[in-house]
Design a protein around this ligand. Structure first.
Ligand SMILES: Nc1ncnc2c1ncn2[C@@H]1O[C@H](COP(=O)(O)OP(=O)(O)OP(=O)(O)O)[C@@H](O)[C@H]1O
Length: 367
């Protein structure tokens, strides 16, 4: 079913946690809410489920006003990061639970429930787990069962709150692919909360980037990656190098920067900030270079360098180690961004880029 959220606000005491959310989710779509901790993702999900209430705004699902309905009347399937399956119930009974507690008028006959559970076990590729107890399952298997339990009631909307957050990287990747397959076959309208960019991009039809109670951008993974709509989105997507530039005739100019690889922008002349990913910078060693290498670290495959430029500007670059030019500490370089994003205005007050996590690290001061 389609879902429409209009100008939704929610405040806890003095804190406005949702500050006017507008969102349209099409029937059968899988949308990821992506954002840092505290941006309001879970609050929005809880309001859709009927576990929390907004101060203002509208929530319409399948043409019905859901703010008029109690949680039990909404038919949402909810899976949390730590989903508490009933420990004393076998997997098949856990999956059947939502159906067995329906009121008499809607509850299917026991044989119909058993058939539905059997179908779901096969659909979710877990028939071999049917007679196990939750304690006999791995974390990934538990989340598959949790999804089965959420799907059993044929939800109008499926809500997943970091369902794979507690699992290790490989299991997460496997479950991600599995969930996409399940979603494509089941066709349930799904909202998936995560703070993991890769997970959101790989899974979702559209990604909704949230920051501090507002939607910063909505789009496909490629649209958001290639065209971040704001400095917030740029930073969140790893464009962590921020260099103050001056725009002149559509070109970004700054000491120590060779911007010849960047296309001209339709932007007014004046101060702006160039946002770069460390991997999108080519380093050109040069005695006239305005950036000085202050730190070199290696992860084996990659070389990570930190540099200091004019006016305390910090930059970080990441190059494949085998293809990197010979570089040493104290050396001066010119930075050539291959891809970058420019927003008007000066950078926010200097925030040091997080230190690289090296296998071996050479610091200027330790020489
Ligand atoms: N019941 C509550 N009472 C007071 N403040 C709350 C309550 N629930 C959430 N908040 C606050 O609202 C803000 C948004 O919380 P929310 O859980 O929606 O964020 P989130 O984006 O899901 O974060 P995370 O990724 O850490 O789960 C946070 O600052 C949180 O402390």
């Amino acid at each position: 079913m389609s879902l429409t959220v209009q100008n939704l606000t929610r405040r806890f005491g003095q804190t406005e946690v949702l500050r006017g959310i507008d969102l349209e989710v099409k029937s059968g779509e899988l949308v990821a809410l992506l954002g840092p901790s505290g941006s309001g993702k879970t609050t929005l999900l809880k309001i859709i489920a009927g576990l929390d209430w907004p101060d203002a705004g509208r929530l319409v699902v399948g043409g019905e006003d859901w703010l008029d309905k109690k949680a039990q009347e909404r038919r949402t399937g909810f899976v949390f990061q730590h989903y508490a399956l009933f420990p004393h119930m076998k997997v098949r009974d856990n999956i059947a639970f939502g159906l067995t507690v329906m009121d008499r008028a809607h509850r299917p006959a026991p044989a119909t429930i058993a058939k539905k559970v059997e179908e779901l076990l096969h659909f979710l590729q877990i028939p071999h787990l049917a007679d196990r107890y939750p304690a006999e399952l791995s974390g990934g298997q538990r989340q598959r069962v949790a999804l089965g339990r959420a799907l059993a009631i044929d939800p109008a909307v499926l809500l997943l709150d970091e369902p794979f957050g507690a699992l290790d990287a490989q299991v997460r990747r496997d479950l991600r692919r599995w969930l996409r397959e399940v979603h494509d076959k089941a066709g349930t309208t799904t909202i998936f909360v995560t703070h993991d960019q890769e997970e959101a991009f790989e899974l979702a039809d559209r990604v909704v980037v949230m920051g501090a109670g507002l939607i910063e951008q909505i789009g496909s993974a490629d649209q958001i990656y290639d065209h971040p709509a704001s400095p917030f989105v740029a930073r969140f997507l790893g464009l962590t190098v921020e260099i103050p530039v001056t725009m002149r005739a559509g070109r970004a100019e700054a000491a120590g920067l060779d911007t010849s690889a960047l296309p001209r922008r339709a932007m007014a002349d004046g101060p702006a900030t160039l946002f770069l990913r460390p991997a999108d910078i080519t380093l050109l060693p040069s005695p006239e270079g305005a950036f000085r290498v202050t730190e070199i670290a290696t992860t084996g495959a990659l070389l990570r360098l930190r540099m200091e430029g004019p006016a305390d500007c910090q930059a970080e670059a990441e190059l494949p180690r085998r293809a990197a030019p010979a570089l040493s500490l104290g050396q001066t370089v010119t930075l050539r961004p291959e891809v970058g994003h420019i927003f008007p205005g000066s950078p926010t007050p200097a925030q040091p880029a997080p230190a690289p996590a090296p296998v071996s690290l050479i610091k200027e001061s330790s020489r």
